[in-house]
Design a protein around this ligand. Structure first.
Ligand SMILES: *Cc1c(COP(=O)(O)O)cnc(C)c1O
Length: 394
């Protein structure tokens, strides 16, 4: 394998290891700014709700084109807090895709609501709007009140919101966007944050815009909701810290993480372009060899992951062969929510989730980050093609 690598990559012996997500390359680029930003926080010492938190919130709101950005402690809390603010609870159904990260249905279950697992479109990995109605019917037949559609923008691409919002409106549901992976993406002229009633995003280090710990934000144009979210984030405070008007959580973002995010946000637009260039290179290089991810017309993904599909019986062999060539891959996610032991008892949409299940057996994510060089991308492409030739066509 080493010799193959030497053939295709100049000076391969000294080439740095390929990373699935190269946070070190990004850090090298902005290290002086990060050091100065962190030093400013150490100097002023306002570690909780320091001035950087408000500054970041203004910048996130401006970037997304929304009225309010409420920073918080994680993407999970960014999903949980709107459900709390909207009074969702026992007896309510929250429609979630069956193929997503655990945090999506988790927050619904945490507040005592029932996540109802709906089918996805296997080409985009997002909720299939044509199957949403049956999930809503399933919830009603179970005696639940469908209240929320939690659409997930998996791997960085917004879900098909025009159709999802229309169906949600018909049934009186509100749309909560799980944009943990899609901050900065665009859906038909609307940037993430401007879609649905409220949007949650994550700044977990590996997300497209990540900090150096846990972090998240809620985006909304709704003044009343924003006020409730700021209260919930701080233990349900009212006019002052010791006036508690509702049950809340400790959901604040650290000042240090806000300072780091301000530095990273400066280069984020450029990074989104670089991610898109890499995705285009992969998609043209891999066409015909694997099922490449589809992007809706009028959408711009931020490519949290570049995820291809290969036949289930060949996926693991492909991953092993690539690993042997120094190319890391990952499977997001190897099981549907319905197959998780803790979630097995939650209802699945009556039409089933065959596509979600199939996709979980087929997905493989390739290295994706803004600092992956063309030469490395070409090496990955030729390695996938060669590996599939040796393990059989997809
Ligand atoms: C990462 C992620 C979350 C949770 O975000 P955290 O910041 O890790 O709490 C929620 N939903 C999806 C789809 C995610 O990818």
């Amino acid at each position: 394998m080493g010799s193959l690598r030497t053939d295709s990559r100049d000076a391969a012996a000294s080439a740095p290891a390929i990373e699935l997500i190269d946070l070190a390359a990004q850090q090298r680029r902005i290290r002086p700014g990060l050091d100065a930003a962190i030093a400013r926080v150490l100097d002023h010492g306002r570690y909780i709700m320091g001035p950087e938190v408000g500054e970041l919130e203004r910048q996130l709101a401006a970037f997304s084109g929304v009225k309010h950005a409420i920073s918080c402690s994680s993407g999970t809390d960014a999903l949980l807090m709107p459900l709390m603010a909207l009074g969702i609870g026992p007896g309510d159904a929250v429609i979630c895709p069956a193929f997503t990260y655990t945090a999506t249905p988790e927050v619904a279950a945490l507040i005592g609501a029932t996540p109802v697992l709906a089918e996805i479109d296997p080409t985009t990995f997002n909720l299939d709007p044509s199957r949403l109605g049956e999930a809503i019917d399933t919830a009603r037949k179970l005696g639940l009140t469908p209240r929320v559609v939690m659409a997930v923008d998996l791997f960085g691409q917004p879900a098909d919101y025009d159709r999802i919002e229309a169906i949600a409106a018909d049934h009186g549901l509100l749309v909560l966007c799980d944009a943990a992976q899609s901050f900065g993406a665009v859906y038909k002229g609307r940037r993430v944050g401007q879609i649905g009633r409220v949007t949650a995003t994550s700044f977990f280090p590996a997300k497209p815009l990540g900090c150096y710990g846990d972090g998240g934000a809620v985006l909304t144009d709704d003044d009343g909701l924003a006020e409730a979210l700021r209260s919930i984030r701080a233990h349900g405070k009212g006019g002052d810290k010791y006036d508690i008007v509702r049950i809340g959580i400790n959901g604040r973002l650290d000042t240090l993480q806000a300072a780091i995010l301000i530095e990273k946000l400066r280069i984020f637009p450029e990074e989104i372009k670089a991610r898109n260039r890499l995705a285009e290179r992969y998609s043209s290089g891999l066409a015909g060899a694997v099922a490449t991810p589809a992007v809706h017309r009028g959408c711009e993904s931020v490519w949290a992951q570049y995820t291809v599909r290969v036949a289930p019986e060949r996926r693991d062999a492909l991953a092993r062969t690539l690993a042997g060539r120094g190319i890391p891959t990952a499977v997001y996610y190897p099981r549907t929510v319905a197959e998780q032991p803790a979630y097995r008892h939650f209802p699945v949409s009556s039409g089933g989730i065959a596509a979600s299940t199939t996709v979980s057996r087929e997905v493989l994510s390739l290295p994706m980050h803004p600092y992956l060089e063309d030469e490395t991308a070409d090496w990955i492409i030729s390695s996938v093609r060669a590996a599939l030739a040796s393990v059989g066509a997809p």
